[in-house]
Ligand binder design. Structure first.
Ligand SMILES: NC(=O)c1ccc[n+]([C@@H]2O[C@H](COP(=O)([O-])OP(=O)(O)OC[C@H]3O[C@@H](n4cnc5c(N)ncnc54)[C@H](OP(=O)(O)O)[C@@H]3O)[C@@H](O)[C@H]2O)c1
Length: 239
């Protein structure tokens, strides 16, 4: 299925069988942005970071990671895949059409203390990823890397019997999920498909699958155990 294009670029031209040197643009250069940039570079990809203050403020960070920096407005022009990893409400301040035609990895979570109260989320009428998809309506959104702590991306937790950790993803686009499954395999993770964006509440903040290191069967059980109105105690997922 053809995706809307920007500058002639079609993300579903990504050949996942030959995915060396993907260009991964990362909007947000904090904990998760930097951790994913490191993983991208370590796996032979090109990473470009942006933040709210401009690329010159990232000079030391990019030198240390071995990646690039650009203004956020320039990220799509240097990216096969865009990672959106900013505080949730900051995402809605980014121009909606900036990511038209792009495959966008949405790592964002809702923290009311940080983001302010968002009634639609508090009343379980939508998910964070559906809100992102509504804002960036010309992009293809995959929820991923939201349910793992940045420190665990950098220093993976050893599971019992050295089982491989699995991470959940959700998207309304099957091809996009295949790209994410391949990328997560490169980064050392199994993937559990948790369904569409409407289902992604199952691994939002304070659900049993949120930031708990689990293998595939454990993650499948945790996703199934999630209840929409039930939250784990705040911070119980941080060891
Ligand atoms: N930390 C974790 O372990 C973790 C795990 C999973 C998911 N998440 C989620 O992932 C997202 C990012 O988390 P984080 O911990 O990496 O955040 P963070 O460390 O606070 O970093 C946020 C980054 O976003 C940038 N930013 C803010 N507004 C922006 C804008 N309008 N345009 C471009 N960049 C902007 C900031 O740039 P400036 O510094 O220049 O303002 C900063 O580089 C959040 O939604 C979080 O809930 C976090």
């Amino acid at each position: 299925m053809a995706q809307p294009s920007r500058g002639g670029y079609l993300w579903n031209d990504i050949d996942i069988a030959r995915r060396s040197d993907l260009k991964i643009g990362i909007i947000g250069a904090g904990n998760i942005g930097q951790a994913l940039a490191r993983l991208a570079v370590a796996n032979g990809h090109t990473a470009t970071l942006s933040n709210s203050r401009g690329p010159e403020t990232l000079r030391d960070v990019i030198a240390e990671i071995g990646c690039q920096a650009k203004a956020t407005a320039d990220i799509p022009s240097v990216s096969d895949i865009v990672v959106l990893t900013v505080p949730l409400t900051a995402a809605f301040k980014i121009a909606p059409h900036l990511l038209d035609g792009r495959l966008v990895i949405d790592t964002n979570n809702y923290y009311p203390d940080r983001d302010g109260k968002i009634t639609m989320l508090d009343q379980r009428e939508t998910t964070t990823s559906q809100m992102i998809a509504n804002h960036f309506s010309g992009a293809t959104i995959v929820k991923a890397f939201n349910a793992i702590l940045a420190k665990d991306l950098l220093d993976p937790v050893i599971l019992p019997n050295a089982a491989k950790r699995a991470l959940p993803i959700a998207s309304d686009d099957t091809a996009a999920k295949a790209v994410l499954t391949a990328l997560q395999a490169d980064f050392g993770y199994d993937t559990v498909d948790a369904g569409h964006l409407v289902d992604s509440w199952r691994f939002e903040r304070a659900k049993p699958a949120y930031c708990i290191p689990l293998d595939t069967s454990g993650l499948i059980s945790a996703l199934a155990a999630a209840e929409r109105d039930k939250e784990l105690p705040e911070g119980s997922w941080r060891r």
